[in-house]
Write a protein that binds this ligand. Structure first.
Ligand code: 5AD
Ligand code: SF4
Length: 439
């Protein structure tokens, strides 16, 4: 048998890209590739790129430049660009960087084996279609060793919300939900490989409306069906828009024990004026009411969010409103960004807030969010939580896993506990994790 060709994938950006990279590896597995962690050994290098913020395309071009010596050392090395920068830049990548053999957008990964055959013959291949067929129907799950007891599963892709700052509706395309039966089959398959926790992914996952028995299902209904899969112990989902947080999904947080008490619910800003300019179609007040309802359903819910500071037109008073909203919610976890103008989005045409002002606001916001995150983690000390063990920890005899609230937890426990869930008592809160003892 011919020796397997080696594939190195570098993944940037969101969890959906992590999922996509695995599926690309599976697709190319059918063409005889196995993955390697060493770019120097690779017969093919794929950069799975992200376009969400900051000079993304420029970063990809400089990363490609750094691959030049590898291509010089191995002229048979094939180099490809996948993901949202590939979608946004298309042919331009080929023009600017002659060493690139392949450009593939997020909706055509199932065509990688054909594209690989083309580039092996020395031609170049570009595919940034939004095809009719569903790529997931054509993407195999490789017969590969399991990657631990947690997995991502894409259930919805794309977005029709058109927030004024965001490229996702342009790079990932219109919102599409996968059918229920495919998701259930994929979930059962993952569980058979030892997966105990699944995170349902979508750019707008709570707008899920895939076809199932009797018509379109909501995300809540899908979660309840997944909860019946034997062996699947934990369900999470990300990322959500406040306007799609329907009653049944709120209720599921209270009455579906397998749905974990952690919710990423971005608000972006606490100023109604800025929310309107962002085309978010909700107010700070409506978001706060929603949080109240979620906490009424699940009092220990840990909330996570995304924030943008320095959006065009943001004044100090607008920023104060964001700080006030953060104080009102008290986040256990959050991501905050300085606004970055994305070409082709409506906000890119508007005048930017001066960079030093935006940086100063970002520092103040991050100080507050870090303080809340710290306080939330510290408050876990003394509590009983359950941990799904994922891998060995740094110290011998120690395992690391995640609590229901997604905190990393170190516990002294035997190796055979990996992939299992145990009750533990939290004994200490350190920089980025908790320490706990088995009960
Ligand atoms: N500038 C800064 N942050 C952005 N995000 C999306 N687009 C931009 C942009 N142009 C942030 C939002 C979103 C997260 C995934 O990235 O907060 O929720
Ligand atoms: Fe982008 Fe999310 Fe807004 Fe969609 S809802 S446009 S993905 S920020």
């Amino acid at each position: 048998m011919a020796e397997a060709k080696k594939l190195f994938i570098k993944t940037y950006g969101c969890q959906m890209n992590v999922y996509d990279s695995e599926r690309m590896a599976d697709a190319l597995g059918a063409s005889g590739y196995v993955t390697t962690a060493q770019p120097e050994d690779a017969d093919m290098i794929l950069l799975n790129t992200c376009h969400i913020r900051e000079k993304a395309a420029e970063k990809v071009y400089s990363e490609l430049g750094r691959l030049k010596p590898l291509k010089a050392a191995n002229p048979d090395l094939k180099i490809g660009v996948a993901g949202c920068v590939a979608q946004a830049e298309g042919e331009e990548i080929m023009r600017r960087q002659p060493l690139v053999d392949l450009v593939v957008g997020p909706q055509t990964y199932h065509r990688l084996p054909e594209m690989e055959a083309i580039i092996r013959k020395g031609a170049r291949a570009v595919d940034t279609d939004f095809p009719e067929e569903d790529k997931f129907d054509h993407l195999p799950r490789g017969p590969r060793a399991m990657r631990g007891p947690t997995a991502f599963l894409t259930v919805q892709e794309g977005c029709d919300k058109f927030c004024a700052f965001c490229v996702v509706p342009y790079t990932r395309g219109a919102e599409v939900s996968r059918p229920v039966d495919r998701i259930l089959t994929e979930a059962r398959d993952l569980v058979e490989r030892g997966v105990r926790e699944i995170t349902l992914l979508g750019q707008n996952v709570n707008a899920y409306h895939g076809m199932g028995d009797g018509g379109a299902w909501t995300l809540a209904r899908l979660i309840r069906a997944l909860a019946k899969v034997d062996g699947l112990e934990r369900i999470r989902f990300t990322t959500s828009h406040p306007n799609d947080m329907e009653d049944d999904l709120i209720a599921a947080h209270g009455d579906e024990p397998k749905l974990m008490p952690y919710l990423h619910l971005p608000v972006q800003s606490g100023s109604d004026r800025i929310l309107k300019a962002m085309n978010r179609k909700h107010t700070a007040e409506s978001y706060l009411r929603l949080i109240e309802r979620l906490r009424a359903a699940r009092p220990d819910l840990l909330l996570s969010g995304d924030f943008i500071v320095g959006f065009p037109g943001e004044t100090e008073a607008d920023f104060d409103d964001t700080m006030a909203l953060v104080r009102a919610v008290h986040y256990g976890q959050a991501y905050s960004f300085k606004y970055s103008a994305r070409p082709g989005t409506p906000a890119a045409e508007r005048a930017n807030v001066p960079d030093d002002v935006a940086s100063d606001r970002l520092h103040r916001l991050q100080a507050l969010l870090t303080e809340q995150q710290r306080a939330t983690q510290d408050a876990m000390v003394g509590r009983e939580v359950s941990v799904l063990f994922e891998k060995p920890g740094r110290l011998p005899g120690q395992l690391i896993g995640k609590s229901e609230y997604l905190h990393a937890v170190h516990v002294h426990a035997p190796d055979d506990q990996i992939g299992k869930i145990a009750r533990v008592r939290v004994t200490a809160s350190v920089t980025n994790s908790l320490a706990a003892d088995l009960l």
